[in-house]
Design a protein around this ligand. Structure first.
Ligand code: SF4
Length: 736
C-alpha cells in the first residue's frame, strides 16, 4: 500500500504533535503549578509508575507536601529516564474527586452505601469462609491486572484459603506469545535494540502500546543505520516515526508471512547453519514443512507482494545475527486469533534460523536478580492447593501448556456453571476488558460473593460487586520490591511519596492481611510489607531505605551475556525440554497440537463488505483504566482519539466520508462512532482504539465515549494457550 503525500504529511504532523505533548498543556501536574516553575520549597522522592506493566522509575517533586510534577528517574536503565503521557496522567489521579475513599456495600435496591472497614472485613470474611465451607476452596478465585504486590498477596491469599484459582489478565493479553516462545526458546527474550541492524515488528507498536526501552534503543540503532520494518494492518504511530518500511499485512495472516520467511531463509541458505546444527532441534521436519510456503503462496494469503516478502527475508538473512523479529506483545500473537500461539512459535523459529539468540543486536535473555523470601519458620507459607484449577490452566486434557496466571476470560462461564461462587477482583475490570459483555455480566452475576479492590469505580464494580474496597493511590503507599528487567537488571520499589489524600484508602498488603485475619488466617500474614521487602532484599545486601533514598539500584546479575546459555558441562540450557531452540515441539505433539507451526487460517475472514475489527493501544491510555482521567481524556477530545479508522477506498465504496458518524454492527451488537478515513489501515480492517466504550456511570468522563471491540466479540477460546480470540470478528459499517 502506498500513501499519498497528503496522508504522509498529516501523519507527520500528528506524530510531531504527539511527540510534543511533553511540552504542551498536558504535560504535568500543572493545574496548580506551571511545569516550568521551580519554586525553592521543592522536595523530591523516588517511586515507580503504576499506570502500566512497564513500571518505569519516577521522581516525584513535591511542593509543600503536594505533588507538583513527576519525571522519569534517569537511573532507570530500561526507560532511560523517560515517562510517557499516561504516566503523568495516572499520577495526577491522586487528587481526583472521583477516587474511592470508603468501603462500599451493595444494598437490596442495587445502590452502594459506605461502611466502616471493620464491618467490611467481618462481613466479607464470614461470607468468604461460608463459601469455602459450603462449596470448597476451589470455588473461590482471585483476578488481577498483574502487579508485583498482587502477584504476592493475591496468590498467597488464595493459597491460604486452599484455592488454586489465582489469575491475572494474561489470557486477554499476552498468553499466546508467552506459550509460543516458552515452547520454542524456553522463555521470552528481549531485543538488543541499540545494537541491531535490522528489526521487524510483527503487529507491535511501541509508540502506541508504549515500550520506552524499545523507543530508546531504536533511537540509537537508527542513528547507526538500522532498518526497521513494521508488519501491521495499520500504519501505527511507531511505524510513522520509526519504520523504514510498512508491510500492510491482511490482519490475522501474519503466520503465512513468517512461514514464507522461513522458506526464503532455508531455500536460499541464508540461515545460520552452525547455530541450527548446535542449538536447535527439528530442523529437518521444519525444512520439509516450509518447502510449500513460498513467498508466492504467502502473497495469496497475506496480500503482501511476493517480491517484498522475499526481499525482507533476504535482508533478514544478510543482517543476521544482528537482525530479529521483535517478540511482540498482544497483536498478531498475544490473544487475537485462532492461529496466535502458532504465530508466536513461528516468530521464535525465524529468530532461531537467524541464529540471533544472545547475540549482539539479536534477542537476548535477561539475567535474573536473586531476591530472597520470607523465612518459612517464622512466617509459615500456605501449602499449595490440592485442587485442580477450575479454568483448566496446567490441567491435563484442558490447557496443560498455558501459564500459571490462568485463563481469566473463562471465569464468567465457570461462575454461570456454578463452579465458581466467590471472586476477588484487584485493579482489573473484566466488565469492560473481557470479550462479550453479556457473557461476562451474566456469568459473574451468578457469584454469591464479589469483591472489587480498586481506587476508582469500574464497570466491574458497578455491574456485579457486592463490596468495593478502596485501595490507596500508589503515590500514597509503599509497594513490593521488584526487578527492572533490562540489559543490566536493576532493583526498585514503589514508595510512598505523599501523605494520603483520603484517609479511608488502604494498601493491598494491609487489605489482604486484615481480611485474612478476619477469616482466622492471620498465621499466613504475620509480617508487614517492610518485613517482606527486607527479606527479599537481604541477599543483595540492601534495605528498603536504600531504594527509598536512591530509587533504583543495580541488581547482582550484571549485564546480559552474548553467549548461548549452557550448563556446567557445556550443554545447551535454554529452558526448553531439550535445552535447545525447538523448531519441532514434542510437548505440543504430546498434547495433540501440531508440533510445527503449519499454516492455519484465522477463524473468520473478511469478504464483501464484512470487515475484520482490529484494536490497539493509544499512547495516552492504559486499557480502560484511564477513561476517567480528565487530562488523558482531554487528549482524546483534542485528537478525536475515540474515532474508529476506515480505509479510504473502503470508505469511498461504502459512501462514508472522514468525520462521518457511522453505525458498526457485528455479532448482534451495534454502536455508533465517528470515523477517521485514512490510507493508514488495510482495506479489509476497521480499527477500534482500545479502552473506550465505557458504560460505568460513575466514570463520568469516559461514559459513552467511543466503542469497544469486546462488545462485538463472542466468548471464544483458542485451544493451545487458551487465550481469548480478540480479533476474530467481522463487522459491517454504514453511515448512521
Ligand atoms: S510506559 Fe508510561 S504508563 Fe507505563 S510505566 Fe512507563 S511511564 Fe508509566
Amino acid at each position: 500500500m502506498k500513501l499519498n503525500r497528503r496522508t504522509f504529511l498529516k501523519l507527520s504532523a500528528a506524530t510531531a504533535s504527539m511527540a510534543a505533548l511533553g511540552a504542551s498543556k498536558y504535560r504535568s501536574v500543572d493545574n496548580w503549578a506551571s511545569a516550568n516553575e521551580r519554586p525553592s520549597n521543592i522536595t523530591t522522592a523516588y517511586s515507580v509508575c503504576n499506570s502500566c506493566g512497564n513500571r518505569c522509575g519516577i521522581m516525584a517533586y513535591l511542593r509543600n507536601g503536594r505533588l507538583w510534577r513527576i519525571t522519569g528517574n534517569p537511573d532507570d536503565n530500561k526507560s532511560g529516564g523517560k515517562i510517557c503521557t499516561r504516566g503523568h496522567g495516572y499520577a495526577q489521579m491522586v487528587y481526583d474527586k472521583y477516587r474511592l475513599s470508603q468501603p462500599l456495600k451493595r444494598t437490596s435496591d442495587g445502590s452502594f452505601v459506605e461502611i466502616p472497614w471493620e464491618q467490611a472485613y467481618q462481613e466479607i470474611g464470614d461470607k468468604l469462609m461460608g463459601v469455602v465451607r459450603k462449596y470448597g476452596p476451589q470455588s473461590v478465585f482471585w483476578s488481577e491486572y498483574s502487579k508485583p504486590i498482587s502477584n504476592f498477596y493475591g496468590a498467597r491469599l488464595m493459597a491460604a484459603l486452599g484455592s488454586p484459582n489465582w489469575t491475572t489478565h494474561s489470557s486477554t493479553c499476552f498468553v499466546g506469545r508467552n506459550v509460543g516462545f516458552d515452547y520454542t526458546l524456553g522463555g521470552l527474550p528481549s531485543g538488543d535494540y541499540e545494537n541491531t541492524k535490522y528489526v521487524v515488528f510483527v503487529g507491535r507498536s511501541p509508540a502506541d502500546g508504549m515500550g520506552l526501552n524499545i523507543l530508546k534503543g531504536l533511537g540509537v540503532a537508527k542513528k547507526k543505520g538500522a532498518k526497521v520494518v513494521s508488519v501491521d494492518p495499520r500504519l501505527s504511530y511507531s511505524a510513522g516515526v520509526l519504520a523504514d518500511e510498512w508491510v500492510a499485512v491482511k490482519p490475522g495472516t501474519d503466520l503465512a508471512l513468517l512461514l514464507a520467511w522461513m522458506n526464503v531463509l532455508i531455500a536460499e541458505n541464508l540461515y545460520d547453519k552452525g547455530f541450527v546444527e548446535n542449538y536447535t532441534v527439528g530442523f529437518a521436519e521444519l525444512k520439509e514443512m516450509v518447502k510449500q510456503y513460498t513467498p508466492e503462496w504467502a502473497e495469496t494469503i497475506t496480500g503482501v507482494k511476493a517480491e517484498q516478502i522475499r526481499r525482507i527475508g533476504r535482508e533478514l538473512g544478510a543482517n543476521r545475527p544482528a537482525a530479529f523479529l521483535e517478540p511482540g506483545w498482544h497483536a498478531a500473537y498475544g490473544s487475537n486469533y485462532a492461529n496466535s500461539t502458532q504465530t508466536a512459535r513461528a516468530t521464535a523459529i525465524v529468530n532461531g534460523l537467524l541464529g540471533n539468540i544472545n547475540k549482539p543486536g539479536g534477542l537476548c535473555f535477561y539475567n535474573r536478580v536473586s531476591f530472597g523470601g520470607l523465612n518459612p519458620e517464622l512466617y509459615p507459607t500456605p501449602p499449595a492447593s490440592p485442587y485442580e484449577r477450575v479454568d483448566g490452566a496446567g490441567v491435563k486434557g484442558k490447557y496443560p501448556l498455558t501459564l500459571s496466571t490462568g485463563l481469566h476470560h473463562l471465569l464468567p462461564g465457570l461462575a454461570k456453571e456454578g463452579k465458581l461462587k466467590a471472586g476477588i477482583f484487584y485493579s482489573v475490570n473484566p466488565g469492560r476488558t473481557v470479550p462479550d459483555r453479556n457473557y461476562v455480566i451474566e456469568g459473574y452475576k451468578n457469584l454469591e460473593l464479589t469483591i472489587v479492590i480498586d481506587w476508582q469505580m469500574s464497570e466491574t464494580a458497578e455491574q456485579f460487586a457486592d463490596y468495593v474496597l478502596p485501595e490507596s493511590h500508589p503515590m500514597e503507599r509503599d509497594g513490593i520490591v521488584e526487578a527492572i528487567a533490562s540489559s543490566r537488571p536493576q532493583v526498585t520499589m514503589q514508595a510512598k511519596v505523599i501523605d494520603p489524600v483520603h484517609s479511608g484508602g488502604r494498601g493491598l498488603d494491609r487489605i489482604v492481611s486484615e481480611l485474612a485475619t478476619a477469616m482466622g488466617l492471620e498465621r499466613f500474614f504475620n509480617f508487614t510489607l517492610e518485613d517482606l521487602n527486607k527479606a527479599m532484599l537481604f541477599p543483595l545486601g540492601l534495605f528498603p531505605v536504600h531504594l527509598k533514598s536512591r530509587g533504583i539500584v543495580d541488581g547482582d546479575a550484571g549485564q546480559w551475556h552474548y553467549e548461548f546459555p549452557v550448563d556446567g558441562s557445556g550443554k545447551p540450557s535454554l529452558r526448553t525440554k531439550s535445552g535447545k531452540v525447538e523448531f519441532f515441539s514434542s510437548s505440543f505433539a504430546e498434547h495433540g497440537h501440531n508440533p510445527l507451526p503449519a499454516w492455519q487460517a484465522p477463524k473468520v475472514m473478511p469478504s464483501g463488505d464484512k470487515l475484520r475489527m482490529i484494536h490497539g493501544h493509544q499512547a495516552y491510555h492504559t486499557h480502560a483504566q484511564t477513561m476517567n482521567n480528565p487530562y488523558l481524556m482531554s487528549i482524546t477530545k483534542d485528537y478525536e482519539g475515540d474515532s474508529i479508522w476506515l480505509n479510504t477506498e473502503t470508505a469511498k465504496r461504502l459512501g462514508i466520508s472522514d468525520g462521518d458518524t457511522v453505525q458498526v454492527s457485528g455479532n448482534g451488537w451495534e454502536a455508533k462512532s465517528k470515523v477517521k478515513v485514512t490510507q493508514r489501515i488495510h482495506p479489509e480492517a476497521l480499527f477500534v482504539p482500545g479502552g473506550y466504550g465505557g458504560f460505568a456511570k460513575s466514570l463520568v468522563r469516559g461514559y459513552g465515549i467511543g466503542v469497544n471491540i469486546n462488545d462485538f466479540l463472542k466468548h471464544d477460546t483458542e485451544p493451545i494457550s487458551g487465550h481469548a480470540m480478540m480479533e476474530e470478528v467481522l463487522v459491517s459499517v454504514k453511515r448512521a
